[in-house]
Ligand binder design. Sequence first.
Ligand SMILES: [Zn+2]
Length: 110
Amino acid sequence: MLAKAKRHIPQRSCIICKRKTAKHELLRLVVDEKGRILFDEKQRLPGRGAYVCPAQPCVAKLFTKHGDKRLRYAFRGKARELPQKTIDKILEILTVPKGATKGYEQGKNL
Ligand SMILES: [Zn+2]
């Protein structure tokens, strides 16, 4: 089981740009039982996740009406609220890159 986990790197698509990236390189969002969208910094919270690139263009779009729609779709209508705390946390990561954004290179296009 462990060997299999090592070989296989789980991939997820960014809900904004749809690009597939290794799960651990993306920002994970989950929705709690009250419908609040939380930033799952350690990727350990239960439930269905939505993933976004830790890149300015994707994150910026996440906070627009367009991103709102994508989040609702990703969470199958369970998301009701995007708390300011979640937004702040994500923005904090972007301005001070460390940990969760490890491996991210700005401007890298595949
Ligand atoms: Zn993206």
